[in-house]
Design a protein around this ligand. Structure first.
Ligand SMILES: N[C@@H](CCC(=O)N[C@@H](CS)C(=O)NCC(=O)O)C(=O)O
Ligand SMILES: [Zn+2]
Ligand SMILES: [Zn+2]
Length: 193
C-alpha cells in the first residue's frame, strides 16, 4: 500500500533549479485570488507532518519552505487575508474564502525571525527548490492521518523518495534554534573544532 503523501511528491521528486529566482503564489479562489510575489527561490523546503501547516485535501504532509520576509510581497487580495492562530509562533496568513495559507510569519524573538514560510505548490512556475527532508512525521498520527503501526511504512515511503525523516525539524535547523537559545542564555559554547 502506498500513502498519499502530497501531490507534488507522490509521483517522484523533481529537482529545483539553481538559477530560479522566484515567482507568484495564488490562493485557490477562482475569482479575485490573493497573489503573493516571491523575489527569490525558497530554502529548507521540506515535508511537514504537523497539524498546523496547510496541506491540500487528501495529503498527509504539507510541503513548506522558507524565504526572507524582504523577498515576499502581497500583490493582490490583501484584504482577504486573516491570521489562522494569533497565539502561534508562526502567524499563518490564510485566505478567508478558500482557507489556503499564503504565508507564515514570525513576529516574536526567534531563531527564524525574518523568515517567512510558504507553500510553492501555489505557484505555476517550475524551478522551486525540491523538498529535502520530512519533519514532524509522528505528528501525522495525532491527526488520525496515519495509524501508529503505519508510521514506519510512511517513513519508508518518504526515504524511498530521498527524504530523511525526523519527528521535529532536521538536525541542522534544530541546531540553529538551540544555538539561538544558548546565545540568549549566555551559554553558547565556542567551538574547539
Ligand atoms: N505535534 C504538533 C507539532 C506542531 C509544531 O510544533 N509544528 C512545528 C512545525 S511547523 C512548529 O514549528 N510550529 C510552530 C507554529 O506552528 O507556530 C502538531 O502536529 O500540531
Ligand atoms: Zn482564496
Ligand atoms: Zn508544520
Amino acid at each position: 500500500m502506498s500513502f498519499k503523501l502530497h501531490p507534488s511528491i507522490d509521483n517522484g521528486i523533481k529537482q529545483g533549479s539553481d538559477s530560479f529566482s522566484g515567482g507568484t503564489l495564488h490562493c485557490h479562489c477562482q475569482t479575485s485570488p490573493i497573489t503573493i510575489t516571491l523575489s527569490s527561490n525558497v530554502l529548507h523546503n521540506h515535508a511537514c507532518g504537523c497539524s498546523k501547516c496547510w496541506k491540500p485535501s487528501s495529503a498527509t504532509f504539507s510541503i513548506v519552505g522558507v524565504i526572507p520576509r524582504s523577498a515576499l510581497s502581497i500583490t493582490s487580495g490583501a484584504s482577504k487575508l486573516f491570521i489562522v492562530d494569533e497565539a502561534a509562533v508562526i502567524q499563518r496568513h490564510a485566505c478567508k474564502e478558500c482557507k489556503v495559507h499564503m504565508f507564515g510569519r514570525i513576529e516574536q524573538e526567534h531563531a527564524f525571525f525574518g523568515l517567512d514560510f510558504v507553500h510553492v505548490e501555489l505557484s505555476g512556475e517550475i524551478g522551486w527548490q525540491e523538498p529535502r527532508f520530512a519533519a514532524f512525521v509522528s505528528s501525522t498520527i495525532e491527526q488520525g492521518l496515519v495509524a501508529p503501526e503505519e508510521a514506519e511504512a510512511v517513513r519508508k515511503q518518504l526515504r524511498g523518495l530521498g527524504l530523511e525523516c525526523y519527528d521535529s525539524l532536521s538536525p541542522g535547523l534544530m541546531d540553529v534554534i538551540a544555538a539561538f537559545v544558548a546565545k540568549k542564555n549566555g551559554t553558547l559554547r565556542a567551538s574547539k573544532l
